[in-house]
Design a protein around this ligand. Sequence first.
Ligand SMILES: C[S@@+](CC[C@H](N)C(=O)[O-])C[C@H]1O[C@@H](n2cnc3c(N)ncnc32)[C@H](O)[C@@H]1O
Length: 491
Amino acid sequence: MLRRSLSRAFPLLSNGLLQTLPLPFAPSTRSLRSLSSRTSPQTVNPSPSQEEESHENLRDSSRPAVSISIDRSGLHNSAEHSHNQSSDSELVKHLKSIIKFRGGPISVAEYMEEVLTNPHSGFYINRDVFGAGGDFITSPEVSQMFGEMIGVWTMCLWEQIGQPEKVNLIELGPGRGTLMADLLRGSSKFMNFKKSLHIHMVECSPTLQKLQYSALKCVDETMNEDGSTKRTISMLSGSPVSWHSTLEQVPLGCQTIIIAHEFFDALPVHQFQKSSRGWCEKMIDVSEDSLNFRFVLSPMPTPATLLYLRKRCQWASAEEVVKLDHIEVCPKAMELTHQIAKRISSDGGGALIIDYGKNGIISDSYRLAIRKHKFVNILDNPGSADLSAYVDFASIRHSAEEVSEHISVHGPITQSQFLGYLGINLRVEALLQNCTEEQAESLRTGYWQLVGDGEAPFWEGPDDQTPIGMGNRYLAMAIVNKKQGVPVPFE
Ligand SMILES: C[S@@+](CC[C@H](N)C(=O)[O-])C[C@H]1O[C@@H](n2cnc3c(N)ncnc32)[C@H](O)[C@@H]1O
């Protein structure tokens, strides 16, 4: 029924968009690979405590000045990876030197940011971390259908904003470029849409930028006779493509569609813990022998506690806060949401955010890292494993709403609902008409991994090939300019 109402509202859908996505099925190596590889989730479930204590103080906006002194009694020691200092990686040396010269521990957020995106040796910076040979698998790497469905959403929004002749299509954190490539291939028959696209990839990793360049089949074109002006074009759509390290660098001034798939989960979080001294911040220090890292708890509230924890708790009910003895807050997600909302408010358009998370305060999701599809200690060999945290969708909603009255926020709904309403069932059926038995098996596996239900891990054991899905753990949210009404499929 919903499909019928979508079709009425969006002629592209009623014109059989899903049927006109390219056929015959050209299998992507990633969907075949997902059959033979083990995939792992990137987080663990938060476990709120039931401690009953009033935390009304967090909702008070007065901000007394504090100085940080540190309780060096470690909360946690990772003894299993003691090693000698001379074997320290560049990143470990760098982290230790920050702690040494600062004269005290660093926040979990600062640690996470350095580990993931340090420009010399961050996890994402110098290598391809995706897929069976990497550390983890994401939805676009599971099946081409994921990028194609995001393409359907993008075309519907483009139609809803009046089919502009020029639109900035921005992807935040595009990984290998697989989602964008599948989106462009899937929409290649829609000439006006294709012609309107100016693609902007926001990516901090030079290595991944190169992979994105080749995934989009890019070529460099000279624009004038002396060869001084060049531009890059994707041969998949004929669209100009440019790269930026932050969203702020993308030019303003035309309607915008932003896609952020598994981007917010990579933004650094502060972790706070309730103690007998009130809410304190979890920090990272070096051990007494200077060999390992360890967690410590600040002896009193830090500036981040007073700023960010207080701000987050003002958006929550007293009942929600009182149940928790750990809270994570991501100020970078709040800042990024402000930028997205302001851009959409001034230029028109919308943003789609898909990530694993919850529509409420996150308690303690940042507890394990992922290396080669296995959970490892967060403090073990930083830079060699992925760190990520659950996304707090309620905080995104509040952050968007607080900066602009011209935007509206929709969702979150589950990934399974999102893909289902957009017609992934029809797409898988169409693809199954025209493929080999091996491809069909891969398609079915990919489909269930994207929309199926289940708890982590996706794969029950090393030899167990039964996928348990990402359908309910991943959520989709849209932020759009109010002028455009409610976006598909959030009505
Ligand atoms: C978890 S991956 C997701 C990749 C892709 N969206 C997917 O689903 O396969 C995070 C991506 O964001 C990029 N990234 C992480 N932090 C970033 C930052 N602060 N600025 C720009 N890019 C960042 C990473 O290099 C990577 O491409």
